[in-house]
Design a protein around this ligand. Sequence first.
Ligand code: SF4
Length: 217
Amino acid sequence: MNQKTYSVVPGLNMGLFSPKELAEIVAVINKYHVPMTKITSAQRLGLLGMEEEEQARLKAELKPLTRPVAVNGVHYVQACPGSQWCKYGTSDSLALGRRLEQLSFAEPLPGKVKIGVSGCRMSCTEPYVRDVGIFATKKGWTLLFGGNGGGNPRLGEIVAEGLSDDQVVELVEKCLRFYQDNAKFKSRTARFMERIGIDALRKGVLSEPLGVSADPR
Ligand code: SF4
């Protein structure tokens, strides 16, 4: 066994499974005798120690349980249980996460984009250190941009607050288009924001009013 093989199954619903789905996933894992599995920090499923060919077959079998990954979209979306499942949640982070997973662009984004969505200020998905971070308050969603939790960390900065579901999706898309149009190839959002500054981003994405919320708060 090659101890160093490591493969990740994408599109796994932000780490959320019904007991039935989980039983089906475990059955496939057992069928292929996967030596070890890991829930990754991105809320995906890591398969450790498998041969490459077997990994491909296992992934194909799990495909009905996964969602398609958007073309030229974000690297991943993490979401906490939110108001559906957590007593502290004031907004539905899972529903918003699903919408954000669908964002796709005609051209690739300049660098990896990770999104963290939290259903309250406690920010369990660490939105301040994600490229796009979102957390809920009683007034609506707060959107942060340009965070990074890696070796050269940076806190994201607030782009706007008190946003509805529709407004935050629209604004995330605008921020990513602005990033796509203005960042150098391979520049992550943190380095991009250090170069251009939050005022330039706000000017670029907030020059026109956002769509009116269909979701009164
Ligand atoms: S961020 Fe808030 S709503 Fe989400 S899991 Fe943490 S405490 Fe619950």
